[in-house]
Design a protein. Structure first.
Length: 119
């Protein structure tokens, strides 16, 4: 296993300590997707490989400035939260996803892990 895969495994393991069956892991430093579940990626219309390393703002509906404000609010809280987040699918269809979001760190590096909530 190479160093990149070892780091990814460490992040996934730490995330699963917060949420047993996560749907998304985001690097809270640069807001890039580190991992996404197959089901969540299908919901968004992307493959897991297509979405990994993309910035989260690229999925927000139509207002990147508003998206950044929402992201900064989530990061600043540093606590468990439930958020309804407007995003767009790969095809451009606007949808709202509801996520339970928790924060964690590996060393000093911040991450967020999310679980898709279905009403």
């Amino acid at each position: 296993m190479n160093i990149i895969n070892m780091a990814a495994e460490e992040v996934l393991k730490a995330a699963k300590e917060k949420i047993a069956d996560p749907d998304v892991i985001v690097d809270a430093f640069d807001m890039t997707f580190q991992w996404i579940s197959p089901g969540f990626s299908r919901t968004l219309g992307y493959s897991q490989d297509e979405i990994t390393a993309k910035q989260t703002v690229t999925l927000h509906a139509d207002n990147p400035d508003e998206a950044r404000e929402t992201e900064m609010d989530i990061i600043s809280k540093q606590e468990e939260s439930i958020r309804e987040i407007p995003v767009k699918t790969k095809e451009g269809k606007p949808i709202t996803v509801k996520l339970k979001i928790l924060h964690f760190k590996i060393g000093d590096h911040p991450y967020m892990v999310g679980k898709l909530l279905v009403d």
